[in-house]
Design a protein around this ligand. Structure first.
Ligand code: URA
Length: 233
């Protein structure tokens, strides 16, 4: 264990860095039994941190959970011989055991969840359990018949029927679509099946976890405890 106290605390508790600083300034955090008030206090290996008199576990001994604003052009994979992956955007210290919890295709942007907790990732990906919200920009205008087709369900080639839970028309060629499955290129294929073509696709939300507007493409942050808990057991 080493590094700044506020960063350590935010990772250990799964809270934002600003919440960690509030806890520190409020005198609720102690290092080796002595209250500290400085967010930039340096921690050295072997030091014991507590909050409200409860000893805390070092962040690296727990599972990690992050959200990333996936940029266009990156594969949602841990490794690829030829193309850049989202893992290339993370420091090497985060690579061990990390996996993508629900892929986003190379030409799409937006919310991508990453974790070292295989069971959490598995629960998140179960069809029918967690809603995913996508914003899409289309080549052709959306009419009422197309909207109804998505809501009733469209036939995907050799892959059965796929249905949208909600379709909000935001402009002539712009839509917000909610689905609760994660089949291969599902939204693009649903649009093609309804006679349209996706020009751009951006994921805004998964399981009630909303992409943080502060994150620029390529940036990430640790999930907060309440965000991790949105993925039901
Ligand atoms: N649907 C798609 O077509 N692509 C994605 O990345 C996710 C959903």
């Amino acid at each position: 264990m080493s590094g700044r106290l506020d960063k350590w605390l935010s990772q250990s508790l799964g809270v934002s860095r600003s919440t960690a600083r509030v806890l520190i300034r409020g005198g609720r955090v102690a290092v080796d039994g002595r209250p500290v008030h400085q967010a930039d206090t340096r921690l050295e290996p072997g030091m014991q941190v507590s909050c409200d008199d409860q000893p805390l576990t070092p962040p690296q001994s727990r599972s990690g959970y992050w959200m990333m604003h996936k940029p266009l052009g990156y594969l949602s994979a841990t490794y690829d011989d030829h193309q850049p992956t989202v893992i290339d955007l993370l420091p090497a210290s985060m690579h061990a055991g990390i996996q993508v919890a629900g892929r986003l295709d190379k030409d799409s942007s937006g919310l991508l969840l990453l974790t070292t907790d295989g069971a959490w990732s598995h629960r998140l990906r179960r069809p029918g359990h967690h809603r995913k919200v996508y914003r899409l920009w289309l080549a052709e205008p959306v009419d009422a018949a197309m909207q109804q087709a998505w809501l009733r369900g469209v036939e995907l080639r050799s892959d059965g029927c796929a249905r949208a839970l909600a379709v909000e028309v935001l402009g002539p060629c712009e839509v917000r679509m909610t689905i609760d499955e994660g089949r291969y290129h599902q939204v693009r294929r649903m649009c093609a099946a309804a006679g349209n073509h996706v020009l751009a696709l951006h994921r805004e939300e998964v399981a009630g976890i909303v992409l943080d507007a502060e994150l620029q493409p390529g940036q990430w942050r640790a999930l907060r405890a309440e965000e991790i808990a949105r993925v039901d057991a």
